[in-house]
Write a protein that binds this ligand. Structure first.
Ligand code: SF4
Length: 597
């Protein structure tokens, strides 16, 4: 099998059993790798109803056939697990170098099961695989842990958790290369529950490429496309992802102060342009990436990687904060403690609104950037009020009698686009399998940027088909696996050719998208198996009932209901959002449902 090594490393921390399993060739072809492969392996590995922080849950780290091939942005990998935040299937993916090393170590995936008796780290090196004592590292922050385990020493790359994961915060991230994160949905807490502090990997083997000549040509052509696109050759390298701040604010879709407004009066002060002017030291890149969207920023107190657009928004507009230095420092602290920046910022924003409404006794109030550091420290340590914030905004708001103040879907905090000003984005959030997410497809291109064509962002009818397509495409790209920013310049059609050249398996554009649809439906089946229903495909009541008070989206609420009906119909699901048998047959998924009956 070119592209795939055909090997899955399986480690049970309870029994210290380490074994290598063959990767089923048919599963590889049907689910590709990364997110798709992780979902398929999770289906078999975790029985329904398992408590996410119990030893029976697993962590599946998966690469894809394109990972480490040398193709642009082929650095990524995913972690898949049952989420302690949402209870849904959850995968998070990350760039950097670690995923490329896992692939070069000769594995398509690594499954971690059970719970170690004491703090442990896994070492996968050229000399072999071992479980090692991590007692001396327990309690350490991310940079210190990474350095102690030899991050970037020759070929070694380190993936680890910080104190937030150790203390089982439901919004804990897993960090890799000391600075990048697998953040959403609390995978860091699952790792902490297994007493697993870190995984060190070094590798040297490259997976085979079926058609080298074709691959080289596609590499060359893709590079030209990335250079030709102003987004990938100018906007992202020059201003980073925060280049979106002013654009989204201008159209009145920038959620502000826990989504009570949809424009932030100080957006310019926290924009990518200001970040570049005042705080940028240099750009950085993940492995094999010519785009280089990563920022290295510096304030009076720290020099650090980031922040990304979503983080800048979460600690900025969402918390009513215009102090960019404080946002950079909050981002750095989240990375050090191992916290998801979107969920951390948005949970703090939720606490701010609860406090201002007199429901919560705390000091955190909109605009109080000075309280970021102590609040984040308390969240990671699960100390005082931080213990409640560590549970995420849905549990926090419910505890204080106002569940409607959590700006989340299925318990996952929403990213930086107000669905009242982008109707398709609202449908996308409501139906996302892992909860509200801008990385499960994104309507930004169509509804805001005009990529490939501008459609009316307030239009409701017809949006479902666009959302379907983007969700399916996104699932496929997350499975190859390449960075989504590549896809701003390189079309799905081209990525299908890359996958074919690497693996030798003929994927047409249609087959690639159909594979994404298969993955999307499998994730849906997983959630249905866990008891999720149509009622979970919704948005916070504020977005459905409270019209935007001012600005370009004034008067709008999310018109979710008609879009949702259309969405189920166009997906081939019944009125309750359950995939029909015909659809499962089409996608070769019926056997999974049969085995459940
Ligand atoms: S575009 Fe940015 S996130 Fe994507 S691979 Fe390149 S540096 Fe990494």
């Amino acid at each position: 099998m070119n592209g795939w090594f055909g090997r899955v490393l399986d480690i049970d921390l309870s029994s210290a059993c380490i074994k290598t399993l063959p990767l089923d060739e048919q599963i590889a072809h049907l689910f590709i790798g990364g997110r798709g492969l992780g979902a398929r392996l999770l289906w078999d590995a975790v029985k329904p109803g398992v408590e996410p922080l119990a030893p029976e849950n697993v962590l599946i780290f998966a690469t894809g056939p394109v990972t480490a091939s040398g193709y642009q942005t082929s650095n990524r990998f995913t972690v898949t697990t049952k989420s302690p935040l949402t209870g849904t299937i959850m995968d998070a993916n990350s760039g950097g170098f670690w995923g490329m090393q896992l692939k070069k170590a000769g594995y398509d995936a690594l499954i971690v099961r059970g719970r170690a008796a004491q703090p442990t780290y896994i070492e996968i090196t050229l000399a072999g695989i071992s479980l090692r004592d991590a007692s001396h590292l327990w309690g350490q922050r991310v940079l210190a842990t990474s350095a102690a385990l030899g991050q970037n020493d020759n070929r070694r790359n380190v993936l680890c958790i910080g104190p937030a994961g150790e203390n089982l915060s439901r919004i804990a991230a897993i960090m890799n290369d000391g600075r990048r994160s697998l953040a959403r949905g609390g995978p860091g807490a699952v790792m902490g529950s297994k007493n697993l502090k870190a995984i060190v990997v070094e590798g040297k083997d490259r997976p085979g490429i079926q058609d080298q000549e074709r691959f080289k040509f596609l590499l060359y052509e893709s590079r030209k496309m990335l250079r030709a696109s102003p987004l990938t050759s100018q906007a992202l390298p020059e201003f980073g992802t925060a280049v979106m701040m002013n654009i989204v604010n201008r159209i009145g879709a920038l959620p502000t102060r826990n989504f009570t407004q949809s424009q932030f009066e100080d957006a310019e002060a926290i924009s990518g342009e200001t970040l570049t002017d005042k705080y940028l030291v240099k750009n950085a890149s993940c492995w094999a990436c010519p785009i280089g969207c990563t920022r290295i920023s510096k304030t009076d107190k720290i020099e650090s990687e980031g922040p990304e657009f979503e983080t800048t928004w979460a600690f900025g507009a969402q918390c009513g904060v215009n102090d960019l230095a404080a946002i950079i420092e909050a981002n750095h602290l989240c990375n050090e403690l191992g916290l998801d920046t979107i969920s951390a910022g948005s949970t703090i924003a939720c606490a701010m609104e609860l406090t201002e409404r007199g429901l919560l006794a705390s000091d955190v109030r909109f605009g109080r950037a000075d309280l970021f550091a102590p609040t984040l420290e308390a969240m990671a340590a699960r100390r005082g009020i931080g213990n409640e914030l560590a549970e995420g905004s849905a549990r926090l708001a419910k505890k204080y009698g106002a569940p409607e103040l959590s700006m989340s879907v299925k318990g996952l905090e929403m990213p930086a686009y107000d669905p009242r000003g982008m109707q398709g984005q609202g449908l996308l959030y409501a139906t996302s399998n892992r909860g509200a997410c801008h990385m499960r497809g994104n309507m930004l291109g169509l509804e805001v940027l005009g990529l490939p064509k501008l459609i009316d962002r307030f239009q409701v009818q017809g949006k479902a088909s666009f959302v379907n397509l983007h969700q399916n495409s996104s699932a496929a790209i997350d499975s190859l696996i390449v960075c989504k920013f590549t896809n701003l310049a390189v079309a799905d059609e081209y990525l299908a050719r890359v996958l074919t050249a690497v693996t030798g398996v003929p994927y047409s554009t249609g087959e690639l998208i159909r594979t994404g649809e298969r993955i999307w439906n499998l994730e849906r089946l997983y959630n249905l198996r866990e008891g999720f229903t149509r009622a979970d495909d919704t948005l916070p009541p504020r977005l459905l009932n409270e019209p935007v008070a001012s600005g370009p989206s004034q008067g709008w609420v999310s018109k979710l209901d008609p879009m949702l009906k259309e969405y189920y119909r166009t997906r081939g699901w019944d009125e309750q959002g359950v995939p029909r048998r015909k659809k499962l047959d089409e996608l070769s998924l019926s056997n999974l449902v049969n085995s459940e009956q």
